[in-house]
Ligand binder design. Structure first.
Ligand SMILES: [Cu+2]
Length: 436
């Protein structure tokens, strides 16, 4: 199978199977599933999922409510569930070896988390994640605003890629070292999984919750047939909505968009590749909304955040090292590293006193981009002029780039800090911080 070629051409996208998801059960059962990932004239694919489907069910809670989920592991590997972006209780963070024991096959674990922030989040396996997420162990987690914005439709759009064989099964080789030393496991087929399965009208106002659930692929995403703004990134509302143009989603990143349908036939989700546009998915447009009046795109109510103490911040540097074509690879001391260290050690990258502000320089000395994710907190991306930018949980640092982030470490516990290209994480690109 050629990795550089996608299996399916964009013109076949109309034959995509539809996705239907159950909503907010009180248990999540990880189990083998059969999923129609390829177009409907192809065979279904044996995968992993929750409660019989991949993606798993939509979990929806109101802001400040608790999410209670009994997780039952019915796959043949240990597993655990991480609630990506939720600034919640460390013991519920779902990281085997750091916050809990792995949930063995046949075992279970009860998660109870408060949802402090309204926004778009997701859940996924955090054990052998480069394999279990690639096989489909993930789903959407929506925390609703007390007063949601006035829209006609609220869509979840999960973007993924899969490496398929000619027979329609997932290719194996999840631990392939060549992949891990380069961009990770890139798929040869990509799609946007859209829920609910419904058409829209010209003039409708939509909320789109885009989530990149791919293990390793960065998706530049274009939208056609819509006019609107990006209103939130990684679940956190922007104080000022941004243009949709040049939207890029690294693995695990989210973008909430509020936009009005201007097309009369289709809204398209387009992955712009070097070989041209690749259609990830479509919403069909029929009819015209005669009721909705034009209005400006609203700003979502901001979530409560501690402001960083800029004058009193501890300065830290995280050098991102390794990968193919690096000195580290030649020396054979682990494929990827932060500050010379590959994989988790007994001592954290840093110990913070609760409430302390840190200014962290993420220095990417490698030939590859990395999406760096901090658990249990969001951080501000610093703009070039030093101003505080978006408040995110995952930041994309391109090759040769340095990104400064500012974080108030106000959530006690042991928190993972790692690359969300999961193949890179598998090969050592992870560390942790302690907040006491
Ligand atoms: Cu990486």
């Amino acid at each position: 199978m050629q990795r550089r070629n996608f299996l399916i051409s964009a013109s076949l996208a109309a034959a995509l199977p539809r996705v239907s998801w159950a909503s907010t059960p009180n248990q999540l059962i990880a189990q083998p599933v059969s999923a129609q990932i390829l177009p409907v004239d192809s065979p279904p694919t044996p995968m992993l999922g929750f409660n019989g489907s991949t993606p798993g069910p939509v979990l929806r809670v109101r802001q400040e409510d608790f999410l209670d989920v009994r997780f039952r592991n019915q796959i043949d590997q240990g597993s655990a569930v991480h609630w990506h972006g939720l600034r919640s209780d460390n013991a519920m963070d779902g990281v085997p070896g750091l916050t809990q024991d792995v949930v063995e096959p046949g075992g279970e674990f009860t998660y109870r988390l408060r949802a402090p922030d309204a926004g778009t989040f997701w859940y996924h396996s955090h054990n052998r994640s480069w394999e279990q997420v690639a096989k489909g162990l993930y789903g959407p987690l929506i925390v609703e605003e007390e007063t949601p914005p006035d829209v006609d439709h609220d869509f979840i759009v999960m973007i993924d890629d899969w490496r398929m064989t000619e027979a329609g099964t997932l290719a194996d080789g999840f631990d392939n070292l060549h992949d891990q030393a380069h961009q990770g496991r890139l798929g040869n087929y990509a799609r946007a999984l859209i829920v609910p399965d419904t058409s829209v009208q010209q003039g409708d106002r939509l909320r789109l919750r885009l989530v990149n659930v791919a293990t390793d692929r960065v998706f530049p995403v274009d939208l056609a047939g819509l006019e609107g703004k990006v209103v939130a990134l990684d679940g956190m509302p922007l104080s000022e909505p941004q243009e949709i143009a040049n939207l890029v989603l690294a693995p695990a990143q989210r973008a909430d968009i509020i936009a009005d349908v201007v097309s009369t036939d289709q809204v398209k989700f387009i992955f712009s590749t070097s070989e041209g546009p690749y259609i990830l998915g479509e919403l069909s447009v029929s009819g015209k909304n005669a009721v909705r009046q034009p209005s400006t795109i609203p700003t979502l109510p901001l979530n409560e955040t501690a402001q960083p103490e800029l004058d009193n911040a501890v300065s830290l540097t995280l050098n991102i090292e390794g990968g193919a074509m690096s000195r580290r690879m030649m020396s054979g001391s682990g494929i990827w590293a932060f500050n010379g260290q590959s994989g988790l050690t007994d001592t954290p990258f840093h110990r913070f006193e609760r409430g302390q502000t840190a200014r962290i320089n993420l220095v990417n000395e490698t030939r590859f981009p990395h999406g760096i994710h901090l658990h249990g907190h969001h951080f501000f991306e610093a703009k070039a002029n030093g101003d505080l930018g978006a408040f995110r949980d995952t930041t994309l640092v391109n090759s040769g780039e340095t990104r400064q982030v500012l974080c108030v470490f106000d959530n006690p516990g042991n928190w993972l800090l790692h690359c969300h290209m999961l193949g890179h994480q598998a090969a050592g690109m992870k560390t942790w911080v302690k907040v006491t």
